[in-house]
Design a protein around this ligand. Structure first.
Ligand code: F3S
Length: 637
């Protein structure tokens, strides 16, 4: 039996485990990326390992999420990241250089290599045949230290593309069609492998849109073969990358989905969820207040020149606020060089430096009840910075047609030869805002710039064998990471300051929790089903750890959150929690576990019960060491 492309790359990077679907495997990581939102914690965690330099081939620290620095703490983060990159041998991509996934594809991605990033859209690099995963900051810190990345061998879905996209229809519409079919859960834990004759008509920018939005289906990663199209992209970038990478003809997939690109039409994900997808033709005329072009999904040169080609001699509608942020400085310079930047300015677009901006509600927050058409990848209520606003996801072409019409509009109704075609033979290659790593000798002299909001981490230490304490909180089912530690404006500027951000643990559920946990030096959290669901945020595990929590008891855990607890030295224990009450005093003997089962005693109710840790041998070892960093330190030193 032949191998999928995913299996080939996993096999070439395997350092431990067994390459069979569902088995645990450890792979070597060739490259790591961090960004300024979650990356500061990854660097603090790396620093806690006390290593002189990163041990991964290429590490790049990007500033893209908070480029506008609405808080002084954001600027402090940027300076910390810059000095940490210089000190530890990483590239540093300054604010304004672009969004990590766009810049990484342009400058660093290598077909056949592996990439781990502290951002969920890291799989965008799969557009050029790189196997890339988003992960928690502790996983990324461990990989930067040269440790392997452990994962379960994923299922692989074949996305077979045929036909050619019609005029006015783009790769974003294909991505939305995929979401319509798979939903936001349909590819959970799988890798999407794109294949078929339709690939020859999709350039790397278009492939990147598909790889990027694969994340919205729940996929772990997405990957394209490396073919003539990929090589042409690297030529345009002036990077000599030779490759020929594809799945074997007799590879076996867990599922196959066929999409005829020729039959697609412009699509829109209506407010609330990226899989709330309908054809634009069904919702044409929908009232709109704002249009935003850009993000790591649609901030590419291909996307933005196609949008510009629709703009000759026309202006955006008087009623609309229209904004454009190129995906990278390279894209920005290319748009300036070929005249398409001027086309947008002439048409009435407001131009903003490359960065994430509106995609995470960092500026351009829509008004109360307003509708914003955006070329980004997520449209949950609240992500735009306002819970009272409505975000519709579309292609650049649909967004530009909307900007001109003043309401949601179908780009196929615009004249085909509306404007000039834009194209360059080579993309700009200057990298003023990309700082290369220092030589070891110079790096060793760099002092890390640490403002008061940048707080070093305590090293992880093993939890006691006998866990004793009070039940500090008892929650219901479906507690999310946001319930554990709220994200957003309240805490966004505190991510490098664990003592400060920990003050918000369970802020929205019980404002006495932090005080009681601090006074008692820790205790137990008790939950129901699916504890820790939602976006897997490292701080939702780090916060409780900082307050001395060493075990969470629940009927079930969200899979990704359970890993975060393990990585941070907290026992995720399965138990029938219905009989446990707030204030109960418990003792759990973690030495007694046969087959992962442990004896617990409830002193308040005077009864014993059993808890279990459904963990692999390696996970058990990690918790006993005190967390992934302590474990990695032992392995690499
Ligand atoms: Fe940035 Fe939005 Fe992408 S926050 S990394 S542009 S998903």
């Amino acid at each position: 039996m032949g191998l999928t492309l995913t299996e080939k790359i996993l096999a070439s990077h395997q350092v431990q485990g067994h390459l069979a679907r569902g088995s645990e495997i450890a792979i070597r990581i060739d490259q790591c990326l961090t960004q300024d939102s979650l990356g500061t914690m990854a660097w603090l965690q790396f620093e806690s390992l006390r290593l002189p330099r990163v041990r991964c081939e290429t590490v790049v620290s990007y500033v893209d999420h908070t480029t506008m620095a609405f808080h002084g703490e954001n600027t402090d983060d940027h300076f910390f990241l810059q000095s940490a990159s210089r000190r530890f041998g990483a590239y540093y991509s300054k604010a304004g250089n672009g969004i990590c996934h766009q810049v990484h594809r342009e400058r660093f991605a290598v077909p056949g290599q592996t990439l781990l990033g502290s951002d969920s859209h890291t799989p965008t690099a799969g557009a050029v045949g790189m196997l890339a995963f988003g992960a928690g900051s502790a996983d990324v810190a461990a990989a930067m230290a040269g440790g392997p990345f452990w994962m379960r061998v994923p299922r692989v879905f074949r996305i077979f593309l045929e036909g050619t996209l019609p005029w006015g229809v783009s790769a974003k519409d294909a991505a939305l069609e995929l979401l319509r079919r798979l939903s936001v859960k349909g590819a959970a834990g799988a890798v999407l492998e794109f294949d078929g004759p339709g690939l020859s008509g999709l350039n790397v920018d278009e492939r990147a849109t598909l790889a990027n939005m694969g994340c919205e289906t729940g996929a772990l990663s997405s990957i394209f073969p490396c073919d003539g199209v990929t090589r042409a992209y690297f030529d345009l970038q002036g990077r000599a990358v030779s490759c020929q990478l594809a799945a074997d003809a007799d590879a076996e997939y867990d599922r196959e989905i066929r999409i005829d690109l020729s039959a697609l039409e412009p699509m829109a994900a209506m407010p609330g969820s990226p899989d709330n997808v309908v054809p634009v033709s069904q919702v044409e005329g929908y009232d709109v207040h704002q249009v935003y072009l850009g993000s790591c999904t649609n901030g590419s040169y291909t996307d933005l020149t196609r949008g510009a080609a629709l703009l000759k001699g026309v202006h955006v509608h008087d009623r609309l606020d229209c904004i454009l942020s190129p995906g990278s400085r390279q894209v920005e310079l290319a748009l300036l060089e070929d005249g398409s930047y001027a086309a947008y300015v002439d048409a009435g677009f407001r131009m903003v430096e490359p960065g994430c901006h509106a995609c995470i509600g960092a500026g351009f927050v829509p008004g109360h009840g307003h509708v914003s058409v955006r070329t980004i990848n997520r449209n949950w209520f609240g992500r735009s910075g306002s819970k009272d606003a409505f975000v519709i996801l579309t292609s650049v072409e649909t967004a530009v047609a909307t900007a001109l019409a003043g309401h949601l509009a179908d780009p196929r109704k615009l004249p085909r030869d509306a404007g000039k075609r834009f194209a360059l033979d080579a993309l700009p290659r200057e990298s003023v805002l990309l700082i290369a790593p220092l030589h070891e000798t110079d790096a060793a002299r760099v002092e890390i710039r640490r403002a008061p909001n940048i707080v070093s981490l305590r090293p992880q230490s093993p939890p006691p064998d006998l866990l004793r304490g009070e039940v500090l909180i008892k929650t219901g089912d479906g507690i999310s990471t946001d319930d554990i530690l709220p994200a957003g404006p309240l805490t966004r500027h505190l991510r490098s300051n664990l003592p400060a951000i920990s003050m918000y643990v369970f802020h929205n559920l019980d404002r006495t929790f932090v005080r009681r946990a601090s006074e008692k030096g820790g205790g137990f959290i008790v939950g129901g089903e699916n504890f820790g669901m939602g976006v897997p945020r490292e701080h939702a595990a780090l916060g409780p750890w900082h307050l001395g929590i060493r075990a969470v008891l629940a009927r079930s855990f969200d899979h990704a959150f359970r890993s975060l607890l393990v990585n941070n030295g907290i026992w995720p224990l399965l138990a029938d929690t219905s009989d446990l009450d707030f204030g109960d005093v418990l003792e759990i003997d973690m030495r007694s576990g046969e087959a992962g089962r442990f004896t617990a005693h409830n002193f308040t109710q005077d009864r014993s019960f059993t808890v279990s840790a459904d963990l692999s041998e390696r996970d058990l070892e990690i918790v006993r060491h005190g967390g992934l960093l302590a474990h990695t330190k032992k392995m690499v030193s």
